[in-house]
Design a protein around this ligand. Sequence first.
Ligand SMILES: Cc1cc2nc3c(=O)[nH]c(=O)nc-3n(C[C@H](O)[C@H](O)[C@H](O)COP(=O)(O)OP(=O)(O)OC[C@H]3O[C@@H](n4cnc5c(N)ncnc54)[C@H](O)[C@@H]3O)c2cc1C
Length: 477
Amino acid sequence: MTTICWFRQDLRVTDNPALAWAASRGQVIPLYILEPGEASVTLGGASLAWLEASLAKLNDSLDGALCVVEGHPESVLAQVIRDTGATAVTWNRRYEPLAIETDKETMATLKASGVEVQSFKAGLLWEPWVSVKKDGTPYRVFTPFCKNALAQLPTPEAPIPRPSALNLARTESTVVEASSLGLADRRPWVQRMLKYWVPGEAGAMTRLNAFIDQGLEDYKRGRDFPALEAVSRLSPHIHFGEISPRQIWHAMQTRVEGDANKEHFLRELIWREFSYHLLYHFPTLPTENLQTHFDGFPWMTSSESLAAWQRGMTGYPIVDAGMRELWATGYMHNRVRMIVGSFLVKNLLLDWRLGERWFWDCLVDADQANNSASWQWVAGCGADAAPYFRIFNPVTQGEKFDPQGGYTRRWLPELAQLPDAYLYKPWECPPIVLSDAGVVLGDTYPHPIVELKPSRERALAAYQAMKDHRSVHSAEG
Ligand SMILES: Cc1cc2nc3c(=O)[nH]c(=O)nc-3n(C[C@H](O)[C@H](O)[C@H](O)COP(=O)(O)OP(=O)(O)OC[C@H]3O[C@@H](n4cnc5c(N)ncnc54)[C@H](O)[C@@H]3O)c2cc1C
């Protein structure tokens, strides 16, 4: 019996239930379909670079048998079935609204033509529909969601091993080399960015082990300090399914003695589950305010401010360091993501969707659920969001979370010689000190593009105007 195993966001051979099922039935055709935008989310530049590298690794694990085809899933699958005589198709489920639609339609078409179809849970600890409140409605607040998951939902299943024997079939007529699809931009930035990473299943496992051995012991405190190696940097591996959340969960349970760091780390994995829960129940999360009264928010338009933010040229060092880290590595530390996000939507008063788009294109871990839920959280319009009036001050955030400036100096070498006291407010630095540090404001490093106090007041006024607008409307209604 020949079964097509359709790989998507599960680019691994261990703990892959679809692959295990296919292998148990006989011959397996491993397939990856590069889908057009209307069938799944269109990937950003950094993600495409990662995908290409990850597919190459998966292909190696499958002895070169991975078939990569560009096209609409239904027609690609029909063609591969015709070419190979496969009688079944299997996949691990995905949860983005467009992907759910595509998978439902594909399943119906295949079944109607007599092909057996089997799908599995592999990318989440719990299906997003299993945890709902007592009244049957979805959770909108993280803490009860998390409590319920830990107390009521089954312990995540143990990971399943790589199939002991894989009888892989090749489909020469349809094979395209991942590299010849031209997925990744060929410009030098891709090579530079990928130097920070080892995409693929083995790279993911190495990173998990390194984190358990070295970073986890200080996770709870250290995860807020971007200069420390205290976070796992597993996010792109998790997004592409090179490692499963239950592999991580069980590695933590079996290898780490019960402690606060482990609990805190598992809580972050549950934040990811919460994002998927929100995206599943509120499929417009990537584009529409979850709190609809934000629809009337008076966002500004300024391509200059947006470009300065994107390029890391705002004149606020912790913001610029984060944006440069993102550009160079495809990643940004979580604390800094929150700071740059707050700066965009509050100090610059630009729509959170502009930030979401830029992150989407630049992040190697760009993930529709996490990215949109997090941007809505930062903007104050999401479920359980940071209140809009809580506005991060980029000077005090820098001083508090990067006090020795190790992170900021790394990404802003032009400020490396500034003393700590002025690192986050170079505009207050005496000219002689600036000059000794080789800094010429407006030349080697920009003047601030907005002033903090007035931009904060402007944001609060905009928020108040939105609230007033809402109360007038509800009074009229
Ligand atoms: C504006 C903004 C945009 C974001 N966009 C994304 C995105 O596109 N993709 C993405 O994976 N994460 C996103 N995050 C969440 C978080 O910043 C990253 O998951 C985290 O920084 C990844 O680094 P890590 O793997 O070292 O995290 P660790 O601290 O080591 O955490 C382990 C894992 O837990 C999950 N996790 C951690 N924090 C969060 C969180 N706040 N929300 C949801 N899951 C979390 C991730 O899967 C992460 O890999 C965003 C956060 C903000 C504020």
